[in-house]
Design a binder for this molecule. Structure first.
Ligand code: MF3
Ligand code: CO
Length: 259
């Protein structure tokens, strides 16, 4: 069952989405050489509470932090620790909160100092695949159309599209139906409709698509050790172009990657 949200419910999703964007943007600007992952997690939690919201990930399936921090070959669900970011790293920051009963969820990959040409190409391609997917996330189009849009941006680069983790519906729960895979072969013909709210989150590896989960039971890394990037927005399907609920003051994460 996929819930079609009323105007009032979409208003609530808009509020929580804006708060997610506010916190994630602040955290992303703090991510610099010498800053630890735990420091970013602490600030994310503090800001969330200050805004009158609750971190969505803390306590979810036993996860103990407010932020996921995935560095370099880490794909998603990296656990914040006292590792310091260094020049040349890329770090995926994945953050969600709940406000007034409604969830928002978003992720960005941030370049730390000067990163390699490959890292930049990977991050930009992943960002572009998210926005290509958003463009086709419209009433009447299917979940497969969304996946196809991601594939069409990524395939020319020969990068690997992660299959084990997918996007999802979002609302009064962090994860709702439908699943939104990032590769067409895994995606259904389920039709999107105005009033649905979904999170699209491509995870793309510079090398092969395979991942493994470390002994901590959370951190997913590329099997071949190649770099990985992750971007995510929560959005509302409308009669026309979707509304990106977690959009930043600087759309398309342009402050890090240009237009
Ligand atoms: N944004 C991710 C997702 O949509 C992270 C949630 S995992 C958590 O699945 F356990 F940390 F909450
Ligand atoms: Co998500």
């Amino acid at each position: 069952m996929v819930h079609i949200k009323s105007k009032r419910e979409i208003d609530c999703m808009r509020k929580s989405g804006r708060l997610v964007a506010k916190v994630l943007q602040e955290i992303a600007l703090l991510a610099k050489p010498g800053v630890t992952l735990l420091e970013l997690d602490k600030v994310a939690e503090q800001k969330t509470l200050e805004l009158g919201a609750t971190p969505a990930f803390k306590g979810y399936l036993g996860y103990r932090h407010s932020l996921c921090t995935s560095v370099n070959e880490q794909v998603v669900h990296g656990i914040p620790n006292d590792r310091k970011l260094v020049d040349g790293d890329i770090v995926g920051l994945d953050f969600g909160l709940v406000f007034d009963g409604f969830y928002g969820d978003s992720a960005v990959t941030v370049p730390i100092g000067n990163v390699s040409a490959l890292a930049l190409k990977l991050a930009k391609a992943t960002r572009d695949s998210l926005y290509a997917a958003i463009e086709v996330a419209r009433e009447g189009n299917s979940v497969k159309d969304v996946a196809l849009a991601i594939e069409s941006v990524i395939s020319p680069f020969g990068f690997g599209i992660v299959r084990e983790f997918v996007g999802h519906g979002i609302g009064t729960k962090l994860h709702e139906e439908p699943q939104i895979p990032n590769y067409a072969a895994g995606a259904s013909n389920f039709k999107l409709r105005s009033g649905m709210t979904i999170a699209i989150e491509p995870m793309i590896n510079a090398g092969r698509c395979e991942v493994k989960v470390l002994a901590d039971k959370w951190t997913a890394v590329t099997r071949d050790g190649s770099l990985s990037a992750h971007f995510e927005h929560s959005l509302a399907i409308t009669n026309g172009a979707p509304e990106v609920l977690t959009e930043w003051d600087s759309p398309r994460f342009a402050m890090f990657y240009g237009e």
